[in-house]
Design a protein. Structure first.
Length: 478
């Protein structure tokens, strides 16, 4: 049986000049199973292409941009010592540069040219991503159509290089992913080729256990599951494009993240939940800590709340109607707290043009003229969503009290089998307490993967450092 391929993705910093590209070539050649190579544009090129589409800016004129792009690729070609005709590609960029409607086509040329150059240097085939990645008009990947295109990859007997970041609509029009989307291309290609592993080469040694700007020299995570990584990413640890995980999960393909300069290192391995490498980890051991600021807690109290069937559903319906995502719902017997993103709650509700005209142009000025205070009673437009929520809750659910408190940060401590190990919550809370930080909320038990603690915004960094120290000091002692 043929061995499964390894898909290797190289990011912009790994392709920024000829010396880096030589390292890429060595890595690809060191294992014949690295047959499908996915590349980003050299560092900074995509930014420049977007600026070019705007006609330049105060720092870069359109001409300067075209020169930088041309020189970046020329130097790579020269440094690699290959024959490559760059001129038609630069001419093409000049041709589409100004067309606003071609912004995605233009942005995709960074990876397109890079993939062509690398294919030439490696002696591999070039496969245009437009042939294998099919988009829906809403910018999601059309997985069914994309699956059907997998033969283009599988028919390759030698190796091939595929540009990342874009694909095409059925009409052939080029469409790009959101920024950093080459990660997604690599994941989709891994899924199409049923890869053994998806390797991402970058400029860091792997995923850090905590943000390096908060914790000095944090350890690298050895093994993390897809679900654990999602919890960390949701809280702000962004090292892999979040859409990259879904195609990998469906086929249980592991992903390895390592530094270009450390090609033999283990880096970080992301695996399915039931992978033995994940299961074998010590229960209660730390995987990572991440946190986000600016949540608001809305606390309702009502006598005999616990006996009112449907109370929580009605609360949730008010949030749903306004399109507010509820993050957590910690509760007591006669009290419940709803935690949501402050930015979302602070947004004004959408009003129709007619309502806006009626209130802003007619009613409000009139009311102001007659009585300064009276306009308070006018239909409260424009209104922040949080005010409407408070009013609706008071009207519909008649709680004994309602309290709205913004300024909370949430910290997710993610680990292996956290909730089945005695003492883990104590370790987290003990560490926070020793740092003299007040805990506003604890959410434990929804998943064995994490314990979530709420603290004041201002305490977020200190709390993360305290928790990290408590776990890592103990792991070092063991
Ligand atoms: N070049 C694109 C960007 O800068 C895509 C990528 O690098 O993943 O966002």
């Amino acid at each position: 049986m043929e061995e499964k391929p390894i898909i290797a993705k190289f990011g912009g910093t790994s392709l920024k000049d000829a010396d880096q590209v030589k390292k890429v070539i060595d890595i690809v050649k060191s294992n014949t199973r690295r047959r499908h190579i996915v590349v980003s544009a050299p560092d900074g090129i995509t930014d420049l292409l977007y600026i070019l589409n705007e006609g330049g800016n105060i720092d870069y004129s359109a001409e300067t941009i075209i020169n930088i792009i041309s020189q970046t690729y020329s130097k790579i070609i020269g440094g690699l010592g290959i024959e490559f005709d760059l001129a038609p590609h630069i001419d093409f960029i000049k041709k589409v540069a100004w067309k606003k409607q071609e912004v995605e086509l233009l942005a995709s040329r960074g990876e397109y040219i890079m993939a062509k150059i690398l294919a030439k240097a490696l002696g591999f085939e070039f496969i245009d991503a437009a042939r294998i990645i099919c988009f829906n008009p809403d910018k999601t990947v059309n997985m069914e159509a994309t699956w059907k295109r997998r033969n283009v990859l599988l028919e390759q007997t030698g190796g091939c290089v595929i540009p990342g970041f874009y694909g095409a609509l059925p009409s052939g029009r080029i469409m790009t992913f959101s920024r950093g989307g080459t990660d997604v291309t690599g994941a989709v290609v891994s899924w199409q080729a049923s890869a053994e592993v998806y390797e991402k080469y970058t400029d860091v040694s792997g995923l850090h256990m905590a943000h390096p700007e908060i914790v000095k020299n944090p350890n690298i995570i050895g093994v993390v599951t897809y679900k654990e990584l999602r919890e960390l990413s949701y809280m702000g640890a962004n090292v892999v494009h979040e859409d990259a995980l879904f195609p990998l999960r469906t086929k249980k393909i592991p992903m390895r993240i390592r530094k270009l300069d450390e090609p033999d290192s283990d880096g970080t391995l992301i695996v399915p939940d039931n992978d033995t490498r994940a299961i074998r980890r010590t229960p209660g051991s730390l995987v990572g800590i991440a946190g986000r600021k600016d949540f608001t807690v809305i606390t309702l109290e009502k006598t005999r709340m616990n006996q009112q069937v449907g109370f929580l559903r009605r609360v949730c319906a008010i949030f749903e109607k306004l399109g507010i995502n509820i993050e957590h719902i910690p509760g007591g017997i006669d009290a419940v707290s709803i935690i949501a993103d402050t930015k979302a709650l602070d947004k004004n509700i959408q009003r129709s043009h007619f309502a806006r005209f009626l209130t802003d142009k007619i009613a409000l000025p009139l009311f102001r003229l007659c009585n300064k205070k009276a306009h308070k009673w006018l239909l409260p437009f424009p209104e922040r969503k949080i005010n409407l929520i408070r009013r609706k809750i008071l009207q519909d659910l008649k709680p004994g009290s309602i309290m709205v408190k913004p300024g909370m940060a949430l910290i997710s401590t993610v680990g292996h089998d956290m909730t089945h190990m005695p003492g883990v919550a104590l370790k987290i809370l003990g560490a926070i307490e020793s740092a003299e930080i007040n805990v506003r909320m604890v959410n434990q038990g929804s998943s064995a993967r994490s314990i979530i603690v709420g603290v004041e915004n201002k305490d977020l960094e200190r709390a993360i450092r305290a928790i990290y120290k408590a776990f890592v000091d103990e792991q070092n002692r063991a």
